[in-house]
Design a binder for this molecule. Structure first.
Ligand code: F6R
Length: 369
């Protein structure tokens, strides 16, 4: 069943090009409009939305954090992302013109389901992004966009994350189009870049040998830190989560600019710091800020593992290990930059002799609050 792989996780990491491609399949109609699966909301309902909340847990929450950057940029609708387990206890301000997006691979996560039910009681509209046909979360939602990732067996989410990102980008583009903030040709241009990502992922996955080697080197590290900015920040959080759950190591993700406000004190001689670098193209300021953050940690002894785009020459001087990813528009970069972090966590866990597919204390679907 593992198709020649040692672990389902490795198989699922390699399935990501196809999973993303299938999630994109058939989403553009002849008029160049994005088609969602089950939308029991009118275009007018979507035009009336004046606030978006994304609710999710764990890896799906990280997909939500990336989505916030895309949705606000494309639609100009204010968008908040909240851990589903915190949402209803905060008594959030919701009404008919609020759209709540619930992201869940399983469609059965109790925290996310309870957040959704709370949103519905407050008359908000709910859109689910889900991988499991007919599960509870999509059944109780007003609209659904399915991720076509296929079954995910390994407890640690990999292809689910990439397909959640893909589907959420489509949601953002659909909203932007319906509301008239993006024209069909602008949407098509982003979709075209999305459609290139499966081939780019295939190329990236073929280059993961050095990452597996690095994983072996890092097996005895006592802590690994991850830093990123903008959409690279949730990628840093996701890289740290994968490492915690699989390798049982202390790992933490930080917004690169926040490090100097306290956490940089953690860095000691040889502390591994994984740095997710934004594209130097288009948003050079963002890129340069991260490069100076890398210099800061290196000056304090960090061993830097730098994830940077092909052609980004400026970072090489500050990288103890340099991992290249294919070039994408800034907002789509998490589809690439996450992959080496998955491979790294999987490799470290395997090197430590852990059960990669069934980490201790975890279940695939968390059906208690
Ligand atoms: C991490 C992981 C979990 C899930 C979370 C939500 O690798 O798998 O953090 O992402 O429990 O699960 P779903 O998406 O099924 O709601």
């Amino acid at each position: 069943e593992k198709g020649g792989y040692d672990y389902f996780m490795l198989k699922e990491i390699d399935e990501q090009p196809r999973a993303v491609a299938e999630t994109l399949l058939g989403r553009l109609n002849d008029a160049g409009q994005i088609v969602l699966d089950e939308v029991r909301l009118t275009d007018q309902d979507l035009r009336d939305v004046d606030k978006i909340f994304i609710v999710a847990c764990g890896t799906a929450y990280h997909a939500g954090l990336v989505t916030k950057y895309a949705i606000e940029h494309w639609t100009r609708i204010p968008c908040e992302v909240e851990l589903a387990s915190e949402f209803r206890y905060r008594d959030p301000v919701l009404d008919r013109s609020t759209l709540v997006v619930a992201i869940s691979q399983s469609g059965e996560t109790m925290d996310t389901l309870m957040a959704l039910r709370h949103a519905k009681e407050q008359k908000a509209r709910v859109l689910a992004v889900c991988n499991t046909n007919g599960s509870t979360i999509p059944r109780e939602s007003d609209a659904v966009l399915y991720t076509h990732g296929g079954p995910e067996i390994a407890v640690a989410s990999t292809k689910a994350f990439l397909t959640q990102l893909t589907a959420c980008y489509l949601v953002g583009l659909h909203l932007a189009q319906v509301r008239g903030v993006m024209f069909a040709d602008e949407v098509a241009a982003v979709v075209e870049r999305l459609q290139r990502t499966p081939d780019q992922l295939t190329a990236l996955l073929a280059e993961m040998g050095p990452v597996r080697q690095l994983a072996n080197d890092l097996r005895d590290a006592s802590t690994v830190l991850f830093i990123g900015r903008h959409v690279g920040y949730p990628v840093a959080l996701e890289g740290a989560l994968k490492l915690k759950e699989l390798a049982y190591m202390h790992a933490e993700g930080f917004a690169a600019g926040e490090l100097k406000h306290g956490s940089i004190a953690l860095i000691d001689q040889g502390t591994p710091v994984v740095c997710v670098v934004p594209s130097p193209v288009g948003r050079g300021v963002l890129h340069d800020k991260v490069v100076s953050n890398i210099q800061e940690v290196r000056a304090r002894g960090a061993r830097t593992i730098v994830i940077a785009e092909e052609g980004d020459e400026a970072v090489a001087a500050y990288a103890d290990h340099l991992i290249r990813v294919p070039r994408t528009p800034t907002l789509l970069a998490p589809l690439m930059t996450t992959v080496p972090l998955q491979v790294l966590a999987c490799g470290i866990a395997a090197a430590r002799g852990n059960d990669v597919d069934q980490p201790r204390n975890l279940a695939k679907s968390v059906t208690v609050e």
